[in-house]
Design a protein around this ligand. Structure first.
Ligand code: AMP
Length: 271
């Protein structure tokens, strides 16, 4: 048995349209099981895929960087405008200007790709001016090569479940947000899903953790996306994009997880 690790990625589409995707980092003896789980997941959608691609790529001699997961706080805000306002406040606390945070919310609401639809990846935004810096505004930047270690995965599942956050989207978004928060030059992230049935989203940063809001869009709305806010004065875009797209990261420690936080407790709880 080799101790080499592999990145396993799945992409399912129908008539050229993306319908589901997933990825893991694992040892060779896990690949069969993970590929089976990915196929089951690809077929577990309202729309049956007509193409499924599973890519297995060795990481070679590159050792993943290990990171501790962000702490999770889920805030009880049942209305979208108040959810947006609170997410903007969290972003401001993390160092994003109000102007940039509001611009990001507007872009996610209307569809951030120049064609008006969702992007496949994330925007990169100057945290002060709100200027968009990603090289391709239709596609954006896709974060890849991140996962939980086996041990942390078992523990974080229990922790999220006991906080009533068992949805696999939270588990995956928390891993992605942890990798993103530790990127060089990163200030904060804002995200809500493009899944029409999933209304939750989050604002996150290395200092404030993963702050989840149950309603950042209407049920049935298929618009969503991600914004990575960076400090333009220090960021090197090539280093940032290489880190996000290709540097492997394993999340080996879990953080604290609290749900049912009232809005007025939010900032007190972050001190
Ligand atoms: P999801 O949370 O999977 O519904 O994704 C919400 C939005 O985030 C998508 O519409 C994309 O714009 C963006 N996104 C999804 N996956 C990634 C990723 N791996 N890296 C960067 N952005 C992503």
């Amino acid at each position: 048995m080799t101790d080499e690790l592999y990145n396993i990625r799945m992409h399912a589409s129908h008539s050229g349209r993306h319908i589901s995707g997933a990825e893991r980092i694992a040892a060779p003896d896990q690949i069969n099981r993970i590929a089976g789980e990915f196929l089951a997941r690809a077929f577990d959608k309202k729309l049956t895929p007509d193409k499924i691609t599973i890519t297995v790529e060795g990481l070679g001699s590159i050792k993943p960087r290990t990171l501790p997961a962000l702490d999770v706080v889920s805030v009880n805000i049942p209305r979208i405008p108040e959810g947006h306002a609170a997410a903007i406040q969290v972003l401001q606390r993390a160092g994003v200007s109000e102007q940039a945070a509001q611009a990001a919310v507007c872009l996610l609401c209307r569809g951030a790709a120049p064609s008006g639809g969702n992007m496949r990846g994330a925007m990169i935004m100057d945290a002060q001016s709100g200027d968009r810096l990603e090289p391709d505004q239709e596609r954006g930047i896709r974060v890849s090569r991140f996962d939980w270690s086996e041990d942390a995965l078992a523990r974080v599942k229990l922790s999220l479940e006991s906080a009533g956050l068992a949805h696999h989207r939270t588990l995956e978004a928390l891993a992605l947000a942890t990798k993103v928060a530790h990127a060089p030059g990163m200030v904060a992230e804002l995200c809500w899903s493009d899944d029409a049935d999933y209304t939750a989203g989050y604002a996150a940063s290395a200092g404030l953790g993963y702050v989840r809001f149950p309603y950042l869009k209407q049920q049935g709305n298929p618009k969503g996306g991600r914004v990575f806010f960076v400090n333009r004065e220090i960021v090197n875009m090539d280093t940032l994009i290489t880190y996000l797209e290709t540097d492997p990261v394993l999340i080996a420690e879990i953080g604290k997880c609290r749900s049912g936080i009232q809005p007025d407790e939010l900032f007190g709880s972050m001190l």
